[in-house]
Design a protein around this ligand. Structure first.
Ligand code: FA5
Ligand code: MG
Length: 444
C-alpha cells in the first residue's frame, strides 16, 4: 500500500498537467449493502452509530457499497477466485466476515505505521471519524487473526481507498490476506516448511514463468532479531506458497510472465511485490513479506516467525477470467454475471457498450494546491453510476496573474441504456455547481 501511494503522490505532482487520471463509477452488484444513515452529526452503519468530526470524509456513494460482499456471492468471479485460492491453501483457516469498519489503530498503529505517515492522509482514505474508518487493506485484521489461535489463516473482504481510478484501480476492491507462522527454531521451521512443500502443493507449471532475482540487501533488510538461518526457511515458504498458488490458478493460461520485485511495508521486512504481465503491462497483484517481529510480539507470539501476503483479488481475477476493466466487477448487467458458474474459470466475453457522452469543465483555482482524489469523489457523488472516466486534460498557470486553471474531461456512459445529451447536461450542471461550492473555484 505504502510504496504505491507514495509513488502516486510523487508522480502526480511531478507531471501535473500531463497525467491522465480516470474515475469510474458503476452500479453495484444486485445484493444490497448494509443499511446506513447519515445525519448532520452522525453516521449509522448497521446497528452502530458513529459521531462525525473534522476527519469524516466518507460519502453516501461509498457507504452504499459497504458490505455488498461480492466475495461471498458464489457466481461472482471475486468469490470464485477466493474459493479457488482457499482450496489451494486448504489447511488455512478462512475468515470472510470481518467488518470493513475498523479503528485507525487496527488499520495503521497495530501495523507499525507511523503517526505522520502519508498513507494516513484524508485524501487517500475513507474516514468515518478520527478514530474509525473503512479498512484500506485486509492487513487491518492481521492481529485479530494471529490471536485467533490459528497458525495459518486467510482473511478476505472489501477494502476502500480514495485512489486514482482507471482500468485496474477502483475505490472499493477486494483483498485476501494470508498469514503463516512457525516456531522460530530454524531446524523446526525448516522441517515444517519441507513437510509443506513435500505435501505436493508445489507443482511447477511450465506455462507460468516466474522470474525472481530479489536478494536480501540493506535496502530490503533482514530484521535485526532474525538470522539468515531463521529467515531463509520462512522466506522460502512464503515464495513457495505464492508461486504454487499462481502455478495452480493459471495452469490453463497460455504463457504467463510473473516477476518478484523488492517492496517496502512497515509491517514486514524483507518485503516483496509480485507482478503479472497483462496486456503488455506489468500489473501488481500482491504485496508480501516476513512479519515484523514486533507485530508478532504484540499478538503474544514471541517465539514464532511468520510471513504474510495481501492479494488483490480483482487484479488476479482480471487476468484469470480475462476481464478488461475493474469496473465490470460492479456491473449489474445480467450479461456480466450470467457468464460465470460457481467453481469454474471461464473467459469473459465482452458485450457491446452504449455510446458515451463527453463533457469538459474548466475552472480557476482559488489557490495553487489541489487534491484530485477529492474532486473525483465529488463527481462520483453527484453523477453516481453514470461516470466512467475523469481525465485532467489541461493544467495552465497564467504567466501574469499566476492563477492556475484546470480542465477536466468527464466521460458519462450507462452500462444498460443510451443516455441523452439533455440528461447529461443537467447532471453536468449539478457537478459544476457542487464543484464551485465545495472548492471555491471560479468556473470558466
Ligand atoms: C497492501 O495493501 C498490503 N496490506 C499488502 C501486504 C499484506 C503486504 C501483508 C505485506 C504483508 P498494496 O497497497 O500494495 O499492499 O495492495 C495490495 C494489492 O491490492 C496490490 O498489489 C493490488 O493487487 C491491489 N490493489 C491496490 N490498490 C488497488 C485498487 N485501487 N484497485 C484494485 N486493486 C488494488
Ligand atoms: Mg503495492
Amino acid at each position: 500500500m505504502l510504496v504505491n501511494r507514495i509513488t502516486t503522490l510523487v508522480s502526480s505532482q511531478a507531471v501535473r498537467g500531463t497525467t491522465l487520471r480516470c474515475i469510474g463509477a458503476r452500479a453495484a452488484y444486485s445484493t444490497n449493502g448494509q443499511d446506513f444513515k447519515v445525519t448532520d452529526t452522525e453516521i449509522q452503519i448497521g446497528d452502530k452509530n458513529y459521531k462525525k468530526d473534522a476527519w469524516t470524509n466518507v460519502s453516501p456513494t461509498t457507504l452504499s457499497r459497504v458490505n455488498r460482499k461480492l466475495h461471498l456471492h458464489p457466481q461472482h468471479p471475486i468469490s470464485i477466485i477466493r474459493q479457488l485460492i482457499e482450496s489451494h491453501f486448504h489447511d488455512f483457516k478462512p475468515f470472510n466476515e470481518f467488518s470493513p469498519v475498523v479503528t485507525t489503530k487496527q488499520n495503521f498503529d497495530d501495523l507499525l505505521i507511523a503517526k505522520d505517515h502519508v498513507t494516513r492522509n484524508r485524501s487517500d482514505n475513507y474516514y468515518i471519524n478520527e478514530s474509525t474508518m473503512l479498512r484500506a487493506h485486509t492487513s487491518a485484521h492481521q492481529l485479530q487473526g494471529m490471536r485467533s489461535g490459528a497458525n495459518k489463516f486467510l482473511i478476505s473482504g472489501d477494502v476502500f481507498r480514495r485512489d486514482e481510478i482507471d482500468a485496474s484501480h477502483y475505490p472499493v476492491f477486494h483483498q485476501m490476506e494470508g498469514v503463516v507462522f512457525f516456531d522460530a527454531d530454524p531446524v523446526k521451521t525448516a522441517e515444517q516448511v519441507n513437510a509443506d512443500i513435500a505435501s505436493g502443493r508445489l507443482k511447477e507449471a511450465e506455462n507460468v514463468k516466474v522470474v525472481d532475482d530479489t536478494i536480501v540487501k540493506p535496502e530490503n533488510p533482514m530484521q535485526a532479531c532474525h538470522t539468515p538461518e531463521t529467515l531463509e526457511p520462512i522466506a522460502a515458504h512464503l515464495k513457495y506458497s505464492i508461486n504454487s498458488m499462481l502455478w495452480k490458478l493459471f495452469a490453463d493460461e497460455q504463457d504467463l510472465e510473473v516477476r518478484w520485485i523488492d517492496a517496502y511495508f512497515p509491517f514486514t521486512s524483507p518485503s516483496w511485490e509480485v507482478e503479472i504481465k497483462y496486456k503488455g503491462e506489468w500489473l501488481e497483484v500482491l504485496g508480501c513479506g516476513v512479519v515484523q517481529q514486533e507485530l508478532m510480539n504484540q499478538a503474544g507470539l514471541h517465539d514464532k516467525i511468520g510471513h504474510a501476503f495481501g492479494l488483490g483479488l480483482e487484479r488476479l481475477a482480471m487476468v484469470l477470467f480475462g476481464i478488461p476493466d475493474i469496473r465490470l466487477f460492479w456491473s449489474q448487467d445480467e450479461r456480466f454475471i450470467q457468464q460465470f458458474t460457481p467453481g469454474k474459470i471461464q473467459k469473459f466475453q465482452p458485450f457491446s457498450k452504449y455510446p458515451p457522452c463527453i463533457k469538459d469543465m474548466s475552472f480557476w483555482l482559488p489557490t495553487k494546491s489541489w487534491e484530485e482524489n477529492d474532486f473525483c469523489e465529488l463527481v462520483r457523488d453527484v453523477a453516481g453510476d453514470l461516470v466512467e472516466n475523469v481525465e485532467l486534460i489541461d493544467d495552465f498557470t497564467h504567466p501574469k496573474s499566476q492563477k492556475r486553471s484546470l480542465c477536466y474531461r468527464i466521460l458519462y456512459r450507462s452500462m444498460d441504456r443510451n443516455v441523452t445529451n439533455e440528461e447529461i447536461n443537467t447532471i453536468q450542471d449539478r457537478v459544476r455547481g457542487a464543484v464551485e461550492k465545495q472548492f471555491a473555484v471560479e468556473l470558466r
